[in-house]
Design a protein around this ligand. Structure first.
Ligand SMILES: *Cc1c(COP(=O)(O)O)cnc(C)c1O
Length: 408
């Protein structure tokens, strides 16, 4: 099977280890999923309230060490609500990473707000706090208690760092500069559940954070998401907005426009079962990363996944970049060779600033995200990836890079 899906992260259903192909990242469903879902069906608690929703929210809050968690229908919906709760309004601007899956930028647009794309640090591939600071200090002005973008004249309201591939952003300088200008910080931790920043769980440093339980994420509910926050008011409001903004009581009173963004009890049941195994999943992801590092780290034509000194990555999706100077054509040929050999590798995220829906949006000093996109390849990283699959992947990467070098 060759991976040619249009949706870049759509993992194909299938069992890790099938003869045809090694999938990029598929769910690991070896726990109590059947048992808990059956219980929902047996008891008729199948819809958007139920004990598993409460339990899943409690487990996530405890795991991330924050006060509250609010389950949502998916991670994109979580981001949409988190931005509203953080005070983002139509025509505001939100600084967001340029190198990420598209969901956070879409969520900003759902509100009618505008993304301003920020470059990444070339060393560890996440939002560059230095450039965020420079942009806010030099390209914006403080006026009547609001921070205005000198170029667009719009209000800057929030910063949205995205922790990609299981590695945290450098949160301290981002939170510091955001405080200085009274901006909200919304973390997109969808790809980095279980990663730690300076010892703290990703998703606990900012005002509010979001997770995804899509099929390819560290744990899955089929589809699902979560908002976490230490702020009770924000949590209450998120819960309210995800439930059609229905006031308490019997009558159908709605004082503002709400959303039907709730997670079902069936999905939450699956989430609880998955959460029971999360430590084991992370251990396995870290072991997989260790083997990729050992197998590819000594090849001068490949740069293995970086780890900042303050980071304990969860290694959700192990990604390498080809050596400096590699163009996108060569990277595509390596990827094609991998796919043709049955290795379900995929490109790294496309930079957002040059995608069609965001062409009119501002970006600030983009230098490194493009280069990483051109050179990046994500490798099979399922929790269930076995030794022979990983050995095959490593060998195939080397062969593919050999032929790229020979052709150039
Ligand atoms: C997966 C993902 C999301 C959310 O995706 P959903 O499919 O809506 O759950 C958001 N941001 C990033 C960076 C992601 O990778």
């Amino acid at each position: 099977m060759i991976f040619t899906g249009l949706e870049p992260m759509q993992s194909k259903p299938g069992t890790p280890g099938t003869a045809e192909s090694i999938p990029l990242c598929v769910p690991e469903l070896g726990g109590n999923e059947w048992k808990y879902i059956k219980e929902c069906l047996d008891t008729n608690w199948v819809s958007s309230v139920g004990s598993y929703v409460d339990r899943f929210e409690e487990m996530m809050a405890a795991y991330v060490s924050v006060e509250r968690a609010v389950a949502t229908v998916n991670g994109t919906a979580a981001l949409h609500i988190a931005l509203i709760v953080a005070g983002v309004e139509a025509d505001d601007e939100v600084l967001v990473s340029d190198l990420t899956f598209v969901a956070p930028a879409n969520a900003i647009r759902y509100i009618g707000a505008w993304p301003v794309f920020m470059d990444v640090d070339p060393g560890y591939w996440q939002m560059d706090p230095q450039k965020v600071t420079e942009f806010l200090d030099n390209e914006c002005r403080w006026e009547n208690g609001r921070l205005l973008n000198k170029t667009s004249g719009r209000r800057i309201k929030a910063v949205l760092p995205v922790h990609i591939l299981g590695h945290p952003c450098d949160m301290d300088p981002i939170v510091k500069i955001a405080k200085k200008y009274e901006l909200a910080v919304v973390e997109d931790a969808s790809e980095s559940l279980g990663a730690r920043y300076k010892g703290d769980m990703v998703g606990s440093s900012a005002d509010i954070a979001c997770y995804s339980y899509n099929g390819n994420k560290l744990i899955t509910t089929g589809g699902g998401g979560m908002i976490v926050t230490g702020d009770q008011k924000m949590a209450d409001r998120a819960k309210y907005l995800t439930n059609q903004a229905k006031d308490e009581g019997e009558e159908y009173i709605h004082n503002e426009i709400g959303y039907n963004y709730r997670l079902t009890n069936i999905q939450a049941a699956m989430g609880v079962a998955q959460m029971e195994m999360i430590d084991d999943f992370i251990e396995k992801k870290r072991a997989i990363a260790g083997k990729y590092q050992a197998g590819l780290g000594n090849d001068s034509r490949i740069v293995t996944m970086p780890r900042a000194e303050w980071a304990d990555p969860s290694y959700w999706l192990y990604t390498v970049i080809l050596e400096s100077g590699t163009d996108i054509k060569s990277r595509k040929s390596v990827l094609r060779a991998l796919n043709e050999s049955g290795v379900g590798a995929r490109p790294l995220w496309h930079t957002l600033h040059d995608l069609k829906p965001f062409e009119s949006c501002q970006s600030y000093r983009i230098e490194h995200s493009i280069d990483l996109y051109h050179r990046g390849i994500s490798l099979p990283s399922s929790v269930g990836l076995n030794e022979s699959e990983q050995a095959k992947t490593i060998a195939t990467v080397k062969t593919a890079v050999d032929s790229m070098t020979a052709n150039s």
